[in-house]
Each structure stands twice: as C-alpha cells, then as structure tokens.
Design a protein around this ligand. Structure first.
Ligand code: PLP
Length: 290
C-alpha cells in the first residue's frame, strides 16, 4: 500500500458484513474532517462484477485516473486499486451480479494525504428496469455544451463525489412520475443520465453523444459499441438533440450496474422498446469476464 493512500477495503455479503482489512462497513471509518464528506471533494468509480470478474476494469481505472487529473488529485496507484477491486470481486464470486466502488478523496482538511477505500456488495435485482423499461424526463442541466472548454472548474464530465445534483434530478423525475432523467444542455444538446449514458438506435446505427459536451465517457456504452457488430449494428458518436430521441427506434440508459435499461417513455410520451436487442445487450453485458 502506498504511503499516500490509505486503502480501506471492505466487503459486505447479503445479511452480514465481513471484513477484509480490519474494516467493516457497519463501523465508522472516516474522519468528520475528510473533505470527501464535508465538500464532496473526491472521485469514485463503480465497477460491476460478474461472477467474481470485474467488468471493464481497465476502462474504469483509466477513468479514475482521468477524474483525478481533472480534480488535481494525485495519480491513483493503478496496481493498488486493481488489486483492491480484484480482491473484493473474488469475495463476491458466488454472486452472478455484484459491484465494487472505489473512492478517493482529497483527505483531511489541510493535510496533503488523500483518503481511499473500496467496498463491494451484491447488486440489487434490475429485472423490471431491464425488461419492462424505464420512464424518463428531460431536464435542463443548466450548463452549455461548451462548459468543459469555457469553465473547466465546473468539472463537467469528471466522476466526482458531488452527486447531490444528480440525486436531486432523480427526485425531480420521481415527482413527475418517472424513474430517471436525461439531461439536456442549456444550448439544446443531449447529454447523459445522472448515472448513465444515453444510447439510441436509428435503423442499424447505435449513437451516443461525444464526451466533449461535458459528459462522463461511459464504460458500458464503450463495451456495447465494441460489440455492436455481432448484432449487425454500426455505431456513431455524434452531437445529438432531443429531436433525435423522437426519431429513434429505441433509446436506452446504459451503466455499469443496471446495464441497459430501455426507455419506454419520455416526458410521458410512450417510446418503442426493442425487446430482443435489449435482451441481447444485457446478456452480453452480464456475461463479460473482463
Ligand atoms: N454518466 C454518469 C454521470 C454516470 O454517473 C455514469 C455511471 O455511474 C455513467 C454515465 C455511465 O458510466 P458507466 O457505463 O461507466 O457506468
């Protein structure tokens, strides 16, 4: 373990907590002075685990390092974090679906030492979301799509601990009778969900917006696009607008743990669900072994 990172690895199983490195998820572990807590100043990744195998692990480690750079945090020790995730994943191998979260904060206020930990647990069931689909609303994120260039301090596209806004957006969706959100930039570009990437199909082409509009580069979307050939599909990464959603044959919100959730309505208007392709995508995502 590097001196710069205090890696706390905790794993929980259903019903009971088991500790790996002198740590239990049910016991207090973090200082109240840690800026990860007091200011949301830190980064994280959530990695899905399929039968003990971390999925898209190298892509997650890349993105963890990218977020650290964007926040001027020290470069995470890649081998250390890989070990942490693999150790936890092995402990969860009897479960078909689980996840591991890695967190790195700037540490205790005024001290130059970051705090890091990883923990893992079993995934909830997403049968309804993956098969019946989800209702979404479009919400204005209030940022222009050029915010990453004009205002990099807004950290658009970094996976920071400051997810209160994303959680508030989901509560707003629920107030409107929906499950989830697709954010739109203030200049009308389609962005992402609060915890997912937007993918749409028009004919035999899958499309998603580019990262430079201020969204997180999705590891699930990347794996799906790399596999699209096997479903006879081509892929494009291009700027998209809400009109493109209207023209789409199918829309999904894709992410590491929930996988591909087909969108069955947008702002109350029913949308077609591509049931066979959704099942094929989710079968592929679930079966990944790296
Ligand atoms: N966009 C945001 C804002 C997210 O938080 C996430 C995942 O949590 C995603 C996209 C999807 O990323 P991934 O497919 O790597 O889980």
């Amino acid at each position: 373990m590097s001196a710069a990172e205090h890696l706390l690895v905790v794993v929980t199983g259903p019903g009971e907590a088991r500790s790996l490195i002198e740590a239990e998820v049910a016991h207090p572990q973090l200082s109240v002075l840690d800026v990860g807590v007091t200011r949301g100043d830190g980064i994280f990744e959530t990695i899905s685990i399929g039968a003990g195998h971390p999925q898209a692990l190298e892509a997650h480690l890349d993105r963890f390092a990218r977020s650290a750079r964007m926040l001027d945090l020290p470069e995470p020790d890649r081998d250390l974090w890989r070990d942490a995730v693999q150790t936890l994943a092995a402990r969860l191998s009897e479960h078909e679906e689980a996840w591991v979260k890695t967190v790195l904060t700037r540490g205790i206020e005024g001290q130059p030492v970051p705090t890091g930990w990883a923990y893992g647990t079993v995934s909830p069931a997403f049968r309804r979301e993956r098969t019946e689909g989800i209702d979404v609303v479009l919400l204005d994120r209030g940022l222009r799509s050029d915010a990453p260039a004009t205002s990099p301090w807004l950290l658009a596209g970094a996976k920071t601990l400051s997810y209160a806004v994303n959680r508030a957006a989901v509560r707003e969706a629920q107030r409107r009778g929906a499950d989830d959100v697709i954010f739109v930039s203030s200049d009308g570009q389609l962005l992402e969900g609060p915890t997912s990437t937007v993918v749409l199909r028009r004919g035999d082409v899958l499309s998603t917006p580019p990262d430079d509009v201020g969204i997180l580069p999705g590891t699930t979307q990347a794996d799906l696009f790399a596999a699209a050939d096997q479903w006879g599909l081509r892929t494009t990464i291009e700027p998209l607008t809400p009109d493109d959603l209207g023209d789409a044959d199918a829309v999904w919100l894709v992410s590491s743990v929930r996988h591909a959730a087909p969108v069955r309505s947008i702002d109350g208007a029913a949308r077609p669900v591509d049931t066979p392709l959704t099942a094929a995508m989710n079968g592929f995502l679930r079966a990944r072994r790296s």
